[in-house]
Design a protein. Sequence first.
Length: 286
Amino acid sequence: MPELPEVEVLVRHLAPLLKGMTIRSVAVHREKVIRPDTPRSLAGRLKGSRFLGVERRAKFLIFRLRKPTGKGGRELSLLGHLGMTGRMYLQPARAPLPRHAAVSLDLGRIRFIYEDVRYFGRLTTNLSSLEKLGPEPLGDAFTVELFAEQLKRSSQAIKVRIMDQAVVVGVGNIYASEALFRAGISPRKAARRLTRNEVGRLHAAIREVLQQAINCGSTIPLDFAGTGTRDGLFYYGSAAGESAYHREKLCVYDRGDEPCGACGAGIRRIVQAARSTYFCPGCQRG
Protein backbone atom coordinates (compact mmCIF):
# COMPACT_ATOMS: atom_id res chain seq x y z
CA MET A 1 0.00 0.00 0.00
CA PRO A 2 1.34 3.47 -0.82
CA GLU A 3 2.71 5.20 2.26
CA LEU A 4 3.52 8.80 3.13
CA PRO A 5 6.57 9.19 0.84
CA GLU A 6 4.76 7.82 -2.20
CA VAL A 7 1.81 10.14 -1.60
CA GLU A 8 4.05 13.14 -0.95
CA VAL A 9 5.94 12.60 -4.20
CA LEU A 10 2.68 12.24 -6.10
CA VAL A 11 1.34 15.46 -4.56
CA ARG A 12 4.48 17.35 -5.58
CA HIS A 13 4.10 15.99 -9.10
CA LEU A 14 0.41 16.80 -9.53
CA ALA A 15 0.28 20.21 -7.82
CA PRO A 16 1.95 22.29 -10.56
CA LEU A 17 0.21 20.35 -13.34
CA LEU A 18 -3.29 20.87 -11.96
CA LYS A 19 -3.00 24.44 -10.67
CA GLY A 20 -5.32 26.73 -12.60
CA MET A 21 -7.07 23.88 -14.43
CA THR A 22 -10.88 23.97 -14.56
CA ILE A 23 -13.06 20.87 -14.24
CA ARG A 24 -15.43 20.83 -17.21
CA SER A 25 -17.19 17.59 -16.38
CA VAL A 26 -16.98 14.62 -14.01
CA ALA A 27 -17.37 10.96 -14.98
CA VAL A 28 -17.78 8.38 -12.22
CA HIS A 29 -17.08 4.86 -13.41
CA ARG A 30 -17.10 3.14 -10.00
CA GLU A 31 -19.54 4.62 -7.49
CA LYS A 32 -17.94 2.77 -4.59
CA VAL A 33 -14.89 5.06 -4.52
CA ILE A 34 -16.82 8.33 -4.18
CA ARG A 35 -19.12 7.39 -1.27
CA PRO A 36 -20.87 9.01 0.51
CA ASP A 37 -21.04 11.30 -2.53
CA THR A 38 -23.19 10.24 -5.46
CA PRO A 39 -22.21 10.74 -9.11
CA ARG A 40 -24.75 13.55 -9.36
CA SER A 41 -23.72 15.34 -6.16
CA LEU A 42 -20.01 15.02 -6.94
CA ALA A 43 -20.46 16.39 -10.46
CA GLY A 44 -22.58 19.23 -9.11
CA ARG A 45 -19.92 20.24 -6.60
CA LEU A 46 -16.92 19.90 -8.89
CA LYS A 47 -18.10 21.07 -12.31
CA GLY A 48 -16.74 24.53 -13.06
CA SER A 49 -14.29 24.44 -10.14
CA ARG A 50 -10.69 25.53 -10.62
CA PHE A 51 -7.72 23.79 -8.97
CA LEU A 52 -5.90 25.99 -6.47
CA GLY A 53 -3.41 23.35 -5.34
CA VAL A 54 -2.80 19.87 -3.98
CA GLU A 55 -1.68 19.07 -0.44
CA ARG A 56 -1.00 15.94 1.60
CA ARG A 57 -2.34 14.99 5.02
CA ALA A 58 -1.16 11.60 6.27
CA LYS A 59 -1.69 9.26 3.30
CA PHE A 60 -4.44 11.42 1.80
CA LEU A 61 -4.27 13.83 -1.12
CA ILE A 62 -6.28 17.01 -0.61
CA PHE A 63 -7.23 18.82 -3.81
CA ARG A 64 -8.08 22.47 -3.09
CA LEU A 65 -10.57 24.02 -5.50
CA ARG A 66 -12.60 27.19 -5.97
CA LYS A 67 -16.13 27.17 -7.34
CA PRO A 68 -17.01 30.40 -9.18
CA THR A 69 -20.27 31.05 -7.34
CA GLY A 70 -21.09 34.39 -5.73
CA LYS A 71 -18.60 37.10 -4.90
CA GLY A 72 -15.08 35.67 -4.94
CA GLY A 73 -16.31 32.11 -5.37
CA ARG A 74 -16.47 29.29 -2.83
CA GLU A 75 -13.55 27.07 -1.86
CA LEU A 76 -13.96 23.33 -1.44
CA SER A 77 -11.75 20.29 -0.98
CA LEU A 78 -11.65 16.89 -2.68
CA LEU A 79 -10.09 14.07 -0.68
CA GLY A 80 -8.16 11.33 -2.44
CA HIS A 81 -6.74 8.07 -1.14
CA LEU A 82 -4.89 5.53 -3.27
CA GLY A 83 -6.02 2.47 -1.33
CA MET A 84 -3.87 -0.51 -2.24
CA THR A 85 -3.59 -0.19 -6.01
CA GLY A 86 -4.70 3.33 -6.89
CA ARG A 87 -3.02 5.67 -9.38
CA MET A 88 -3.72 9.31 -10.12
CA TYR A 89 -2.30 10.93 -13.24
CA LEU A 90 -3.05 13.08 -16.26
CA GLN A 91 -3.48 11.84 -19.80
CA PRO A 92 -4.44 13.39 -23.15
CA ALA A 93 -8.20 13.75 -23.52
CA ARG A 94 -8.16 11.68 -26.72
CA ALA A 95 -6.37 8.72 -25.10
CA PRO A 96 -8.48 5.63 -24.41
CA LEU A 97 -9.97 5.50 -20.92
CA PRO A 98 -8.05 2.95 -18.80
CA ARG A 99 -9.88 -0.28 -18.06
CA HIS A 100 -9.88 0.30 -14.31
CA ALA A 101 -10.63 4.01 -14.33
CA ALA A 102 -12.74 4.83 -11.28
CA VAL A 103 -13.19 8.58 -11.83
CA SER A 104 -12.12 10.87 -14.65
CA LEU A 105 -12.22 14.66 -14.75
CA ASP A 106 -12.41 16.52 -18.06
CA LEU A 107 -9.90 19.39 -17.92
CA GLY A 108 -10.02 20.29 -21.60
CA ARG A 109 -7.10 18.90 -23.58
CA ILE A 110 -6.23 16.53 -20.74
CA ARG A 111 -8.06 14.37 -18.28
CA PHE A 112 -7.33 13.66 -14.66
CA ILE A 113 -7.56 9.90 -14.13
CA TYR A 114 -8.07 8.08 -10.88
CA GLU A 115 -7.47 4.43 -11.72
CA ASP A 116 -7.80 1.60 -9.20
CA VAL A 117 -7.68 -2.12 -9.95
CA ARG A 118 -9.19 -3.16 -6.60
CA TYR A 119 -11.25 -0.02 -5.91
CA PHE A 120 -10.24 0.24 -2.25
CA GLY A 121 -9.29 3.92 -2.53
CA ARG A 122 -11.42 7.06 -2.34
CA LEU A 123 -12.09 10.31 -4.17
CA THR A 124 -14.74 12.23 -2.27
CA THR A 125 -15.73 15.59 -0.84
CA ASN A 126 -16.28 13.97 2.57
CA LEU A 127 -13.36 15.00 4.81
CA SER A 128 -14.34 13.06 7.95
CA SER A 129 -11.33 10.74 7.53
CA LEU A 130 -9.06 13.61 8.56
CA GLU A 131 -10.69 14.27 11.92
CA LYS A 132 -8.76 11.95 14.26
CA LEU A 133 -5.32 11.90 12.69
CA GLY A 134 -2.15 12.33 14.72
CA PRO A 135 0.77 14.67 13.99
CA GLU A 136 2.72 14.70 10.76
CA PRO A 137 6.06 12.89 11.30
CA LEU A 138 8.01 15.56 9.42
CA GLY A 139 6.24 18.47 11.10
CA ASP A 140 7.08 20.47 14.23
CA ALA A 141 4.14 19.00 16.17
CA PHE A 142 5.76 15.56 16.16
CA THR A 143 8.07 16.04 19.13
CA VAL A 144 10.04 13.46 21.09
CA GLU A 145 8.03 14.40 24.19
CA LEU A 146 4.67 13.81 22.52
CA PHE A 147 5.92 10.58 20.96
CA ALA A 148 7.16 9.28 24.32
CA GLU A 149 3.79 10.09 25.90
CA GLN A 150 1.95 8.12 23.22
CA LEU A 151 4.22 5.10 23.63
CA LYS A 152 4.41 4.84 27.43
CA ARG A 153 0.70 4.05 27.77
CA SER A 154 0.70 1.15 25.30
CA SER A 155 1.55 -2.53 25.71
CA GLN A 156 1.34 -3.06 21.94
CA ALA A 157 4.42 -4.17 20.05
CA ILE A 158 6.26 -1.04 18.96
CA LYS A 159 5.93 -1.92 15.24
CA VAL A 160 2.14 -2.07 15.60
CA ARG A 161 2.00 1.07 17.73
CA ILE A 162 3.84 3.36 15.32
CA MET A 163 1.50 2.32 12.52
CA ASP A 164 -1.45 3.73 14.51
CA GLN A 165 -2.45 6.88 12.62
CA ALA A 166 -3.57 8.52 15.87
CA VAL A 167 0.01 8.29 17.18
CA VAL A 168 1.79 9.56 14.08
CA VAL A 169 0.42 9.64 10.56
CA GLY A 170 1.77 8.13 7.37
CA VAL A 171 4.02 5.43 8.83
CA GLY A 172 2.96 2.21 7.16
CA ASN A 173 4.32 -1.30 7.01
CA ILE A 174 7.37 -0.61 4.88
CA TYR A 175 8.78 2.39 6.70
CA ALA A 176 7.89 1.09 10.17
CA SER A 177 10.20 -1.87 9.57
CA GLU A 178 12.88 0.40 8.11
CA ALA A 179 12.73 2.92 10.97
CA LEU A 180 12.96 0.22 13.64
CA PHE A 181 15.98 -1.28 11.92
CA ARG A 182 17.69 2.09 11.73
CA ALA A 183 16.94 2.70 15.42
CA GLY A 184 18.16 -0.77 16.42
CA ILE A 185 14.89 -1.70 18.16
CA SER A 186 13.13 -5.05 18.00
CA PRO A 187 9.70 -4.76 16.37
CA ARG A 188 8.31 -7.09 19.06
CA LYS A 189 9.30 -4.93 22.02
CA ALA A 190 6.35 -3.45 23.92
CA ALA A 191 5.99 0.27 23.22
CA ARG A 192 5.95 1.19 26.91
CA ARG A 193 9.25 -0.64 27.49
CA LEU A 194 11.25 1.66 25.23
CA THR A 195 13.83 3.72 27.06
CA ARG A 196 14.03 7.47 26.58
CA ASN A 197 17.10 6.95 24.44
CA GLU A 198 15.30 4.41 22.25
CA VAL A 199 12.31 6.73 21.83
CA GLY A 200 14.67 9.47 20.67
CA ARG A 201 16.43 7.16 18.23
CA LEU A 202 13.15 5.92 16.80
CA HIS A 203 11.76 9.44 16.48
CA ALA A 204 14.83 10.45 14.48
CA ALA A 205 14.77 7.25 12.42
CA ILE A 206 11.14 7.74 11.38
CA ARG A 207 11.94 11.20 10.09
CA GLU A 208 15.10 10.04 8.33
CA VAL A 209 13.64 7.06 6.46
CA LEU A 210 10.60 9.02 5.31
CA GLN A 211 12.65 11.97 4.12
CA GLN A 212 15.11 9.67 2.34
CA ALA A 213 12.26 7.91 0.55
CA ILE A 214 10.75 11.24 -0.50
CA ASN A 215 14.10 12.44 -1.82
CA CYS A 216 14.59 9.21 -3.75
CA GLY A 217 11.06 9.16 -5.15
CA SER A 218 11.33 12.74 -6.30
CA THR A 219 13.93 11.66 -8.88
CA ILE A 220 11.49 9.30 -10.63
CA PRO A 221 9.63 10.73 -13.65
CA LEU A 222 5.86 10.46 -13.25
CA ASP A 223 4.52 11.70 -16.57
CA PHE A 224 3.07 8.35 -17.54
CA ALA A 225 0.31 5.96 -16.56
CA GLY A 226 0.84 2.67 -14.79
CA THR A 227 0.98 -0.58 -16.70
CA GLY A 228 -1.46 -2.52 -14.53
CA THR A 229 1.31 -4.81 -13.28
CA ARG A 230 3.11 -4.58 -9.96
CA ASP A 231 5.43 -1.58 -10.08
CA GLY A 232 7.40 -1.88 -6.87
CA LEU A 233 6.64 0.74 -4.26
CA PHE A 234 5.28 3.59 -6.34
CA TYR A 235 1.71 2.68 -7.15
CA TYR A 236 1.03 5.55 -9.52
CA GLY A 237 3.19 3.82 -12.11
CA SER A 238 6.93 3.42 -12.62
CA ALA A 239 9.25 3.57 -15.58
CA ALA A 240 11.31 0.54 -16.55
CA GLY A 241 14.14 -0.01 -14.09
CA GLU A 242 13.15 2.82 -11.75
CA SER A 243 11.37 0.86 -8.99
CA ALA A 244 14.41 -1.35 -8.44
CA TYR A 245 16.48 1.73 -7.73
CA HIS A 246 14.27 2.66 -4.78
CA ARG A 247 14.24 -0.88 -3.47
CA GLU A 248 18.02 -0.70 -3.08
CA LYS A 249 17.45 1.92 -0.39
CA LEU A 250 15.45 -0.48 1.79
CA CYS A 251 17.56 -2.28 4.38
CA VAL A 252 15.17 -4.97 5.63
CA TYR A 253 11.72 -4.70 4.08
CA ASP A 254 10.92 -7.58 1.70
CA ARG A 255 14.46 -8.98 2.16
CA GLY A 256 13.60 -12.08 4.17
CA ASP A 257 16.54 -14.54 4.45
CA GLU A 258 18.93 -12.11 2.80
CA PRO A 259 22.04 -11.13 4.79
CA CYS A 260 21.85 -7.90 6.76
CA GLY A 261 24.07 -5.25 5.23
CA ALA A 262 25.25 -4.20 8.69
CA CYS A 263 26.01 -7.45 10.53
CA GLY A 264 25.48 -10.27 8.02
CA ALA A 265 22.73 -12.04 9.98
CA GLY A 266 19.80 -13.37 7.99
CA ILE A 267 16.88 -10.94 7.87
CA ARG A 268 13.74 -12.49 9.36
CA ARG A 269 10.08 -12.12 8.52
CA ILE A 270 7.32 -12.40 11.13
CA VAL A 271 3.64 -11.48 11.10
CA GLN A 272 2.30 -8.74 13.37
CA ALA A 273 -1.30 -7.55 13.26
CA ALA A 274 -1.75 -9.51 10.01
CA ARG A 275 1.12 -7.62 8.36
CA SER A 276 4.62 -8.77 7.43
CA THR A 277 7.43 -7.39 9.57
CA TYR A 278 11.07 -7.62 8.51
CA PHE A 279 13.95 -7.19 10.94
CA CYS A 280 17.52 -8.18 11.66
CA PRO A 281 17.86 -10.38 14.79
CA GLY A 282 21.48 -9.29 15.11
CA CYS A 283 20.97 -5.53 14.95
CA GLN A 284 17.55 -5.43 16.62
CA ARG A 285 17.89 -7.45 19.81
CA GLY A 286 15.36 -7.50 22.64
